[in-house]
Ligand binder design. Structure first.
Ligand code: CTP
Length: 465
C-alpha cells in the first residue's frame, strides 16, 4: 500500500494534486464519506453474508501472501449507488496467480481459471457467482487510440488509469482496513451529482472507446458530462479521434449501445454529443425514428414470445431500422469496417426493403407473400414490420409467415413423388415447390389431398396402378 493513500477518516477533501479538479467551480468537496463499518454493512445488505464472507477470506489470504486485494471499478460504483453488481472485479497488488490458486480460496468448490496472457484469473463459485482478479497496473498509451503498454503498479496507479471518476474507486479488503473506500479522484462526489468526469485531459485521445462508454453510463444512470469533460469530448471529436479506432473496438461499443433497453434515449444523447456521423451521414428524424424503435422493441418482444427457441441478433434489427433511409453505400461503408455478424444480410435486406411494401400489397395469395418474406432475413423482416402499426395487415402477414408459413413444406416429399411415378430431376423440384405453394394457399393439407391436387393439375394420371 502506498504512503499517499487516503483513509475514510481523513478530514481533507478528496482533491488530490494533479487530478485536475482544483478550482473547478462545479465540484464540492466530499464531506459526507462512508466509514468502514458503513461500507461493510452495504456489502452485507446488497450482496449478502456469503459474499461478504468470501471477500473477507480473500482479503485475509491476500494479506498473508503480501498481495493486498481491493474491489474496484464498476462494482464499487454500483455498491455506492445501491445497484446490484452481477460480477465483482478485484485488483491485486502483486501476483494474481498465487492468490487465485491458494487452496483456502477454492474451499467451497470454487473453480479457478487463469488467463496468463493477461495476468488475470476468474474464480467461479458453485452458486454461479464470479470474481475476476487482475493485477494492479500502470498504463501508458504510446499513441492515441492504440492499446496501452502495461506494467505492474499499485492500487493508486490502477485507479488513475481508469475512464471516469465514478469508475475509479476501490474498497480495501485487507483485514485491518477492510471496507475502507479509496476515492482519490472524487468519484463519490460525482456519483452524487450525476457527473461523468474523465481523470485527465488526454483520456478520450488515449482511449476513444471511453466516449461511447461514457454515453452508455450517461444513459444507464441518467448522468451528464461535467463541463470540462464536455469540452474535452468536443476537442477529441474535432480531431476525429473515433476514426482511429479499429472497426472491431468501435463496433463492440456501438453494439453495447444498441442493446441498451433505453435505446431512444441513447440515440437522443448520441445526437446531443454530436456522434450521429458514427451511425449515419446525417442525423435521423427523431420523431419517426422513435416510433419505429418503439415498434421494433414490440416486434422483438413478439418474436421472443412466439419463437422462444430461436436466436435473434437484435443489433441487426436496429441497424436495419437506422439505415433504412440512408444511401446504401453509407451502410456498406460502415459494414466494410465493422465486423458485424451477418452484415452481408443486412446489406441485402437494405436493397430489398424499398420494393417490399409494394410487392407485398400486390401479392394476391399467401404463397406469393411467403416467397417475398422469405427473401428477407429475420432481422430485416422484423425491421419492416416495425414500420407499420401493430394491427396493420402487413404486420399480420409478417407474423403469419414467422409463426406458421415458413415451416410448412410439401406434404409429399421427393421419394414419395418418385414412388408415384415422377422422375428425379429439376421438374421434381418444381413440383415440390408447387405443392408447398398449394399448401400455403390452403388448397391441400395432407398427402391424400396433395395426390388429388397433382391429378387435378395433370401432373399425375388420374388412375394410379
Ligand atoms: N475501464 C476503463 N476504461 C475502459 C474500459 C474499462 O477505465 N476503456 C475500467 C473502468 O474502471 C471500469 C472497469 O474497467 O469500471 C471495468 O470495465 P467494464 O467491466 O467494461 O465496465 P463496468 O464499469 O464494470 O460497468 P458494467 O456495469 O457495464 O460492467
Amino acid at each position: 500500500m502506498t504512503a499517499n493513500k487516503r483513509t475514510a477518516t481523513d478530514p481533507a477533501p478528496l482533491l488530490p494534486a494533479g487530478s485536475g479538479r482544483q478550482g473547478d467551480p462545479g465540484t464540492t468537496p466530499d464531506t459526507n464519506r462512508f466509514t468502514t463499518p458503513q461500507i461493510r454493512q452495504m456489502l452485507q445488505r446488497q450482496w449478502g453474508d456469503v459474499l461478504l464472507q468470501r471477500l473477507e477470506v480473500i482479503g485475509g489470504i491476500a494479506a498473508r501472501l503480501g498481495t493486498p486485494a481491493y474491489l474496484v471499478g464498476g462494482c464499487v460504483r454500483d455498491l455506492l449507488q445501491n445497484r446490484p453488481a452481477p460480477d465483482l472485479d478485484l485488483a491485486i497488488e502483486g501476483d494474481v496467480r498465487a492468490l487465485a490458486e491458494s487452496p483456502p480460496l477454492q474451499q467451497p468448490h470454487a473453480q479457478c481459471q487463469l488467463h496468463p496472457r493477461f495476468g488475470t484469473a476468474t474464480l467461479r463459485y458453485p452458486d454461479g457467482f464470479r470474481l475476476d482478479f487482475a493485477r494492479c497496473r500502470i498504463e501508458h498509451y504510446p499513441a492515441p487510440a492504440t492499446l496501452p503498454e502495461v506494467r505492474p503498479g499499485d492500487i493508486h496507479s490502477d485507479l488513475a488509469r481508469r475512464d471516469f471518476t465514478i469508475n475509479a474507486m476501490a474498497v480495501d479488503l485487507n483485514p485491518t482496513t477492510f471496507g475502507e473506500l479509496l476515492d482519490p479522484h472524487g468519484g463519490r462526489a460525482d456519483l452524487r451529482q450525476g457527473l461523468l468526469r474523465v481523470l485527465h485531459a488526454g483520456s478520450f485521445l488515449d482511449d476513444p472507446t471511453r466516449i461511447l462508454r461514457g454515453l452508455r453510463f450517461a444513459v444507464r444512470f441518467q448522468f451528464r458530462l461535467e463541463k470540462g469533460t464536455r469540452a474535452l469530448l468536443r476537442e477529441a471529436l474535432a480531431q476525429d479521434i473515433l476514426a482511429r479506432l479499429s472497426g472491431a473496438r468501435l463496433w463492440r461499443e456501438l453494439q453495447y449501445l444498441l442493446e441498451l433497453s433505453d435505446l431512444p434515449i441513447a440515440l437522443e444523447r448520441l445526437g446531443a454529443w454530436r456522434l450521429w456521423p458514427l451511425l449515419r451521414p446525417e442525423p435521423a428524424d427523431m420523431e419517426s425514428l422513435l416510433v419505429r424503435i418503439r415498434r421494433g422493441h414490440q416486434e422483438i418482444d413478439w418474436f421472443r414470445r412466439h419463437c422462444p427457441d430461436e436466436t435473434l441478433f437484435d443489433a441487426a434489427v436496429w441497424l436495419t431500422i437506422l439505415w433504412r433511409d440512408i444511401p446504401w453505400t453509407e451502410a456498406e461503408k460502415r459494414l466494410h469496417y465493422w465486423p458485424v455478424a451477418g452484415g452481408h444480410r443486412i446489406l441485402r435486406d437494405l436493397r430489398l426493403l424499398p420494393d417490399m411494401p409494394g410487392a407485398l400489397t400486390r401479392a394476391d395469395r399467401p404463397s406469393a407473400a411467403g416467397r417475398l418474406w422469405e427473401r428477407l432475413s429475420l432481422p430485416g423482416l422484423l425491421a419492416l414490420c416495425a414500420e407499420y402499426p401493430e394491427t396493420d395487415i402487413m404486420v399480420e402477414s409478417g407474423h403469419q409467415h414467422l409463426r406458421r408459413q415458413r415451416w410448412l413444406s410439401s406434404p409429399l416429399n421427393g421419394k414419395e413423388l418418385q414412388a408415384l411415378g415422377l422422375t428425379p430431376g429439376p421438374r421434381l423440384g418444381e413440383v415440390l415447390e408447387r405443392l408447398r405453394n398449394a399448401r400455403l394457399d390452403g388448397e391441400i393439407k395432407d398427402k391424400e389431398t396433395a395426390r388429388q391436387w397433382l391429378i387435378g393439375q395433370g401432373i399425375l394420371p388420374s388412375i394410379q396402378p
